[in-house]
Ligand binder design. Sequence first.
Ligand code: KG4
Ligand code: ZN
Length: 383
Amino acid sequence: MNNKKEFIILGIETSCDETAASILEIRNKKLEIRSNVVASQVDIHRQYGGIVPEVAARAHIEKIIPIINESIVKSGIKNPESSIQLVAVTNGPGLITSLLVGVETAKVLAYVWQKPLLPINHLIGHIYAAFINNQLSMINNQSFPAICLVVSGGHTELILMRNHYQFQKIGQTLDDAVGECFDKVAKLLEIGYPGGPAIAAQAQLSMINNQLSLIKLPRPMIKTKDYNFSFSGLKTAVLYTLKNFKSELAGSKKEISQKLKKLPQKVRSKRKQFISAICAEVQQAVIDVLISKTIRAARDTGAKTVILCGGVAANSELRRKLELKTKNLKLNFLVPPKNLCTDNAAMIAIASYFQWLKLNSTQRKKLKDEWREIEVNPNLEIS
Ligand code: KG4
Ligand code: ZN
């Protein structure tokens, strides 16, 4: 590829509940996102308190063509067939019916336009979103090895990245992912969906009010020497704390009601304080465990860089605290901008470019015919 000439990629992502398409341009060794369109299904799934796979797939089918079209129009490309040089699509991990919509659409486009098609691992996409501002200078420089903390609704993993496209999973959650834990806790506390942003907002309230929380929750597996995690116990601890609070409240409600006529207002503010306090503690417990294990992994592997990514990486406190910790230890810290943390197709296009760079010209030519063999894998592992 001539460095002066632009290279244009269409990225497609439908692994979960976002239908997304993006146009990425590479010119003079710089990456530029020319469009990044995401149609979220959050409003559809909110009523169920979680994602319903069948409903998600239907919504993807309705949206996929309009979203791809919108990404092309917004990018300013006049003739996609001649301008786009590579199509990239998520082929796993994720919900099988959701993944199929993106992959089959990408196959049709690659066939009709006669373009190479690259299947991309969703988690590798999350990791490469962190390279958007630090891109090509990273290719041969001294920033590797890197430790990647991937935290999303479906995954919590620690990945050792020795170089571009050289990954080794060294740790993972043994039960719930962090995002899943946040979503379940938010459901218990009835504060909204998705849970991550709702808990972060409540925790922020607690900080603004300078609340000193007496609630103490466990930091699961923080002391174990491995790089694994466990978050299902945290959710159970919240459940019991909530039950205790409710029975406490019932007692005091009776007492106070005899003495004070203003009971409802008092009870309401007590409940509000409890919710924000427990959210601050859940968030802190999660951050403590994530940072402790990530830093241990970085030390043990001699990593020079720490990468934070995935939907939960949009959490301001986690970003701030991990950045501070890495700074103190003189480690590089990479994190995507917040809008590239949650699912999007720009991250898939960025990841595909770094994979493309690793291929020789014969391998690149072969991609035009290999689309037939691309398969969806809901349990795709990083390798
Ligand atoms: O990566 P992502 O968009 O989808 C998956 O691949 O799963 O991650 C979604 C997860 C959800 O569980 C959501 O609650 C969480 O990311 N999340 C957050 C924040 N924004 C999204 N968690 C904590 N703080 C946030 N600001
Ligand atoms: Zn994701």
